[in-house]
Design a protein around this ligand. Structure first.
Ligand SMILES: Nc1ncnc2c1ncn2[C@@H]1O[C@H](COP(=O)(O)OP(=O)(O)OP(=O)(O)O)[C@@H](O)[C@H]1O
Ligand SMILES: [Mg+2]
Length: 259
């Protein structure tokens, strides 16, 4: 047994506010292996983003432990890359320069920056757009740059918070396939938050279901579908079986909020 890359043990987090306290996470325990693709689903407000921010080192927690490669997480680090729903690109830099920025920061030579950037632009089909600025790109293309940049800077884990949430269905399908292709060829530990159970099953090896607030880990489901996967995977009976089981589970949580 290898030790998990990420180990979250009995983590509690309460936001203190003027109109009362909000318990966002209650006794959350979760382990993630190196190169594992894990999806997190759960109703709105159940603490998914809070958990991601804790892993990113952008948020504190009240008790419990969170370790990354056996070291406590005490702040952001280049070993953990974050991809948000909004495309966090530098508007004054071209696609290529956006990609190269993080590589430069990591001390790569100009030649190496170009080589790595070309490689990832090719994988996600951005090569012909290398010299465009973010304002000249569609939402899907911007998010594609964010994914390619996330991989290019080669963190040990990619933390993704509903990265495709703002995209139309067709673009979303394309980006899911881009991400699958990238992960299938180069692996990486991915922590992927989504509202969409179908997306979680299509992409991940394991789906973590969180309960309604206060967020706990309610259940975990292994997705035993082979890779490579693509949109066709959705027609497999096993895909639908897993999806429906998870959906029923998550739906109970939605109902519990409505009560
Ligand atoms: N900075 C903050 N200050 C106070 N309360 C917060 C803060 N951030 C989040 N919360 C509260 O903590 C709870 C969990 O929020 P969080 O953003 O982690 O949920 P989420 O699962 O990501 O929701 P969504 O699916 O809508 O993105 C919510 O009730 C939210 O209002
Ligand atoms: Mg969120």
């Amino acid at each position: 047994m290898t030790t998990p890359l990420i180990k979250i043990t009995n983590v509690n987090k309460t936001y203190k506010g003027v109109s009362g306290d909000v318990v966002a996470l209650k006794d959350v325990t979760l382990e993630i292996e190196e190169n594992e693709f894990v999806a997190i689903v759960g109703p709105s407000g159940c603490g998914k983003t809070t958990l991601l921010n804790i892993l990113a080192g952008l948020e504190t927690y009240d008790s419990g432990t969170v370790t990354f490669a056996d070291e406590p997480i005490i702040g952001p680090g280049i070993d953990r890359g974050v991809i948000f729903q909004q495309y966090a690109l530098f508007p004054w830099l071209t696609v290529r320069k956006n990609m190269e920025f993080g590589l430069k920061y990591r001390g790569h030579s100009k030649e190496k920056q170009k080589q790595i950037t070309d490689h990832y632009m090719d994988i996600v089909g951005l090569t012909e757009f290398a010299n465009l600025y973010p304002k000249e790109l569609s939402g899907g293309m911007k998010q594609r740059v964010a994914i390619a940049r996330g991989y290019a800077t080669s963190p040990k884990v990619l933390l993704m918070d509903e990265p495709f949430g703002a995209l139309d269905a067709q673009t979303r399908a394309q980006l899911q396939e881009d991400l699958l292709k990238t992960w299938e060829t180069e692996r990486k530990t991915i922590f992927f938050i989504t509202h969409d159970v179908e997306e979680a099953v299509l992409l991940s090896q394991r789906v973590v279901i969180m309960s309604a607030r206060p967020g706990r880990v309610k259940d975990m489901v292994k997705v035993d579908l082979p890779y490579p996967r693509n949109q066709q995977t959705k027609i497999l009976p096993r895909f639908n079986e897993i999806k429906n089981n998870i959906w029923a589970n998550v739906y109970q949580e939605y109902l519990s909020i409505k009560k």
